[in-house]
Design a protein around this ligand. Structure first.
Ligand code: LLP
Length: 417
């Protein structure tokens, strides 16, 4: 993130020193840069004519203030639950600007989304299509629908976040797609609007995306031959960020590639669903070093953020850069394992890192803006962190730290005999 820099030997985000934020709000603490989020958004917007839509994938970071910020930029939203739809609405977004993905939508979620005036359901199976038809019939309306097709391309990403292969649970197999489109076209309570795909996440080159897009355009051609005209094509999200300083996909060349493929469809609205690329590098997790412990040939830095706060290292062996908040020029780095307080060997933030820290120092885990807080849990009865948004020297607390009372709300003791 270009919004991180050392000034007077202290790490700052925008113009704010991290020790100040830690002092004010405590640790662990998620901190996001508003300027970085806006810059990331603009990277897509600049090459995407306004006829086309960018649907921010809410699951990456669903804090209301961030949804509000993006809604103000004209974002549409990609959601996967009624809860995420409620968040969009609470943040001032419009249901009509929301696409609803997700493999196992419940009847109640479908009803709620139709009642709110959802922009489109991204339908994942023939069975879901029938369910939406039934719910829409009961509500005496027509439900706007796109069919999610599984284009069977290998996105070459971590197996847990690859979604576009035949073997994955997502979408309708390409071989079955025509039949389901024909069916959708004939249903009375379905308004068939589009087709969609999403091949995975943290994808670093445009080749698999363009491959998938090409397959989707040939599907559109076959549909056109049968006089089934779609008004939109949604190519999903999945654009990678440079956790380890890697080369990322060139957004401009990808978007231009898609626009080129769409040249025979001037009426078609194109949609993308970026999540990580908008917020990933705009957030850090600030944590305090509790102890430094030497054990045999290893040095452990024990910090107050754990796998419950940032699950990605434990779940995907994901690598996040870790920076010391206090610079100590002239003191050599040690090679350390940065580990959290949760009682699992898998609770770590980074292994074999070159760091120079002492007890009571702060560290900053980079690129924690996407799938950080949203995947946090209360494991080990740990409250989830506070979240703060920063722009220049302005600071907003956008989520209070949870309390123990929040955690036990709803729990009941049983009556004694
Ligand atoms: N659209 C659909 C239908 C999706 O399933 C996803 C992500 C996105 C858009 C946004 O993808 P993005 O642009 O953020 O890559 N927890 C994992 C990532 C899981 C992504 C799931 N789907 C991680 O921390 O790496």
């Amino acid at each position: 993130m270009s919004q991180l820099s050392y000034k007077a030997a202290q790490l700052h985000i925008e113009s704010v020193a991290l020790p100040e934020l830690a002092e004010r709000f405590g640790t662990p603490l998620y901190v996001y840069s508003k300027s970085q989020i806006l810059a990331n958004w603009e990277k897509f917007r600049a090459f995407w004519p306004s006829q086309h839509k960018l649907c921010y994938a809410v699951k990456a970071n669903s804090n209301l203030a961030i949804l509000q910020l993006l809604a103000k930029q004209g974002a549409w939203f990609d959601i996967v639950s009624a809860g995420e739809l409620k968040r969009v609405l609470a943040a001032g977004g419009k249901a009509g600007h929301v696409v609803f993905s997700g493999v196992a939508k419940s009847e109640a979620e479908i009803r709620f989304a139709i009642e709110q005036g959802i922009g489109c359901f991204n339908v994942e199976s023939a069975a879901e299509l029938e369910r939406i038809e039934q719910v829409a019939r009961a509500l005496k309306t027509r439900a706007p629908v796109s069919l999610r097709v599984n284009p069977d391309v290998d996105a070459k990403t971590h197996p847990y976040i690859s979604t576009g292969l035949k073997a994955n649970k997502f979408g309708i197999a390409m071989d079955d797609a025509m039949a389901v489109f024909r069916r959708a076209h004939t249903l009375n309570h379905i308004e068939l609007l589009g087709a969609d795909c999403h091949i995975g996440s943290q994808i670093m080159t445009d080749a698999p995306f363009l491959d998938a897009a090409q397959r989707m355009f040939s599907l559109l051609e076959r549909l056109r031959d049968e006089a089934i005209e779609l008004s939109h094509l949604d190519l999903g999200g999945g654009f990678g960020v440079d956790y380890q300083g890697e080369q990322t996909l060139d957004v401009q060349s990808y978007l231009e590639g898609v626009l080129e493929l769409a040249r025979d469809y001037p009426q078609l609205t194109l949609m993308l669903e970026p999540g990580r690329a908008i917020v990933g590098d705009a957030g850090i997790l600030v944590s305090k070093v509790e102890y430094v412990k030497q054990s045999d040939d290893k040095q452990f830095v024990l910090v107050d953020a754990g796998m419950n706060d940032l699950m990605r290292p434990s779940l995907y062996q994901a690598w996040h850069d870790i920076l010391p908040v206090h610079e100590r020029p002239g003191v050599a780095d040690a090679i350390v394992d940065v580990v959290g307080p949760v009682c699992e060997t898998g609770c770590f933030l980074g292994h074999a890192r070159h760091l120079n820290v002492q007890a009571d120092d702060l560290i900053a885990v980079k690129h924690a803006g996407a799938y950080g807080f949203t995947m946090a849990s209360n494991y080990n009865t740990r409250v989830r962190p506070a979240e703060v948004l920063v722009e220049d020297d302005q600071v907003w607390l956008i989520r209070e730290r949870e309390t123990f009372d929040d955690l036990i709300r709803g729990e009941r003791l049983i009556a004694e005999e």
